[in-house]
Design a binder for this molecule. Structure first.
Ligand code: ATP
Length: 256
């Protein structure tokens, strides 16, 4: 089990995932966590942009060598990050969030956090994973495309008065929680011990959703997740498992 984490904090980086990648190529140890106050080139899935403005958000990425994880189980790491963020924010601030499969954390129907897990094989044959997490912390408002879609911890806690939200606490709590769930995952190399908890926190469950892929879009009824992290849906009375982690799952009338 991975026990030692090495935390490094930076003011501005291009992307915390990119920083970790560079360090992995230079031989860094597993458990390195790079966090930043601001990313100039934060990324979401399939090259989409992730906004991480200075002093308002936190981006954090970890280096994980893949020797313990079969390739087929890699997508589950995204779901483990989701569990880790949700549980850390609940523990630190009592904040109730939900997970939007596969890679977003939402609060009151708005996106609070995005997750991007990347994988790379080094020239020496070793391969590694980088779970990357971006959390909106101090934003007071959002504009443009994000206006009705995003939220921050401060916005969600506004009614709770003066609780001091500290990004360093968040980073440490998130990765400590990640290790807890990752350990459970490694017992079977699947999510069998975590499906129940995940489904409790899954915002899509029991709802009609729209699955938006690159080439198609269809309606489905979301039933839960499989032990391998796929989303189980019902389409025209037939059950199927979505294993394409690049699709977006939306509500029929809005983001959730
Ligand atoms: P979604 O389905 O949540 O719209 P996605 O799953 O299609 O997003 P992701 O890769 O998860 O795509 O995230 C990138 C998207 O997240 C961007 O296209 C943008 O819409 C949104 N986004 C970017 N920055 C932020 C932010 N700081 N807070 C909330 N949402 C953001």
């Amino acid at each position: 089990m991975l026990e030692q984490l090495l935390f490094e904090y930076y003011d501005t980086v291009d992307s915390t995932n990119e920083r970790v990648k560079k360090r992995a190529r230079d031989g860094a140890e597993e458990g390195l966590v790079i966090s930043a106050n601001r990313q100039t080139e934060g990324r979401g899935r399939t090259g989409r942009k992730w906004e991480s403005p200075k002093d308002e958000s936190v981006a954090t990425s970890m280096l994980l060598y893949q020797h313990q994880i079969p390739t087929g189980a890699v997508p589950s790491i995204t779901l483990i990050c989701g569990l880790a963020v949700r549980s850390a924010l609940k523990k630190l601030y009592g904040l109730e969030c939900q997970i939007k499969w596969p890679n977003d954390i939402v609060c009151n129907g708005r996106k609070l956090c995005g997750i991007l897990v990347e994988y790379e094989k080094l020239s020496n044959g070793k391969s590694y994973l980088i779970p990357g997490i971006g959390i909106n912390v101090h934003q007071k408002s959002f504009s443009g495309e994000l206006e009705d879609k995003a939220t921050s911890i401060d916005l969600e806690m506004a009614d709770l008065g003066r609780i001091r939200v500290c990004r360093k606490d968040i980073v440490e709590a998130v990765w400590s929680s990640f290790l807890f769930y990752f350990d459970k995952f490694l017992k079977n190399n699947d999510l069998s011990d975590l499906v129940e908890e995940y489904e409790r926190d899954l915002v899509n469950i029991g709802r009609r959703v729209r699955i938006e892929g690159e080439d198609d879009s269809y309606e489905a009824y979301a039933k839960g997740i499989s032990e391998n992290g796929g989303l189980i849906v019902c389409v025209d009375g037939e059950e199927r498992e979505i294993k394409n982690y690049e699709v977006s799952v939306r509500g029929l009338y809005g983001y959730v």
